[in-house]
Design a binder for this molecule. Structure first.
Ligand code: HSE
Length: 359
């Protein structure tokens, strides 16, 4: 039986939900997919770092409330996150990066991913920053080191948009993509339609775990901007920088705007679009738009997201599903691990039990 040892970088909502999935479903995954998962290292800004080459007891860890975790009290623990040391020299076949997204330069997640790939470890991440801003370079780095770099959860959490495009739409010419790609803003728009005011709707989205640490990124379109870059680069072969993607948000909209649109048969949505121009270049933008009822994205409500692929042979193919949420995003990481297993198989496992590592 193949076993993958995981190093979790960041132990906020997403990686904690991954640990819960492994604790609850590990044996089912083992039976169904033919590999076993074990967590051997965790680092976290607040809790510190925990390294146990023989496997961390997840049930014991998960019994402690998130805010009360203190790895320094445990065997193999330290109060320092020690990300670089754990990633480069610690145990683990797959580094699972789920720290916060930094849209400016992708750090510190970019360094986490780079250190792991350079150390010959597979990486899966839900972090949009490194993928949107440095995806091409990181994919080249992974290829050079013969390891996997998977990031399904960076767009639409667990809904398999990138793999749908990469695998199931192969052979089609995709001329453009457009989508509702932010659960927070879509939730807020729905609540504005119900007459709830903007600040209250933002608070709800935060409480439900949809919103970014700074919800400005959700409501001003910056989160979708990164997702559009990833989609355009992955699906349309573009190489966009942030400044190439015009960005608008929804914070100017009110319940009155919703009522006015409804009276005309329209619904306001925050839409990310990327379209191939005649000359082959890609035009990409994030806009708030009042969509007619027959638009494929108009009926998408709440935290649900959807992406419509415009293709030559099939016309428009729309995929819809959750776009946010800790368990949904954690599932994306499981799907990334499955992809790594399918592509790299048992030969890709290292089971580094570095004796040189000082826990
Ligand atoms: N904050 C994002 C959303 C989820 O609301 O869709 C992660 O990208």
């Amino acid at each position: 039986m193949t076993r993958y040892d995981l190093a979790l970088i960041g132990f906020g909502g997403v990686n904690r939900a991954l640990a819960e999935l492994i604790a609850e479903r590990g044996s089912e995954l083992e039976d169904e997919l033919g590999f076993d998962l074990r967590v051997v290292a965790i680092t976290d800004l607040r809790a510190g770092s925990l390294v146990r080459p023989d496997g961390i007891d997840l049930a014991a860890l998960l019994a402690t409330a998130p805010g009360e975790l203190d790895f320094s009290t445990l065997e193999g623990g330290s109060c320092e996150p020690r990300n670089q040391q754990v990633i480069q020299d610690g145990p683990g076949d797959i580094v699972v990066e789920a720290t916060f997204t930094n849209p400016a330069d992708g750090e510190p997640a970019l360094s986490h991913v780079r250190w792991a790939l350079e150390a010959g470890k597979h990486v899966c991440t839900t972090n949009k920053g490194p993928v949107a801003l440095h995806g091409r370079v990181l994919k080249e780095l992974a290829a050079r080191h013969g390891v996997g770099f998977e990031f399904e959860g960076s767009v639409l959490s667990g809904t398999p948009i990138l793999r749908t495009a990469g695998r199931l739409l192969a052979g089609l010419r995709v001329t453009g993509v457009e989508g509702i790609m932010n659960g927070t803003s879509n939730h807020i728009l729905g609540r504005l339609e119900e007459g709830v005011d903007f600040p209250e709707a933002v608070r709800e989205a935060q409480a439900l775990g949809y919103a970014e640490a700074d919800p400005t990124a959700d409501v001003e379109g910056h989160d979708v901007q990164l997702k559009v870059m990833i989609l355009a680069n992955e699906v349309l072969g573009a190489d966009l920088r942030r400044e190439d993607v015009r960005c608008g948000g929804i914070s100017h909209l009110t319940p009155a705007d919703m009522r006015d649109a409804a009276s005309r048969g329209l619904r306001w949505k925050l839409v990310g679009q990327a379209t191939r121009r005649e000359d082959g270049s890609v035009d990409a933008r994030v806009v708030s738009a009042a969509l007619p009822a027959d638009h494929p994205l108009a009926a998408v409500s709440g935290p649900t997201n959807a992406v419509a692929f415009h293709t030559d042979l099939l016309g428009t193919v729309t995929v819809s599903g959750p776009g946010a949420g800790r368990t949904e995003t954690a599932y994306a990481l499981v799907s990334d691990i499955i992809a790594i297993h399918q592509r790299h198989g048992a030969a890709g496992t290292h089971h580094l039990s570095k004796e040189s590592f000082r826990g």
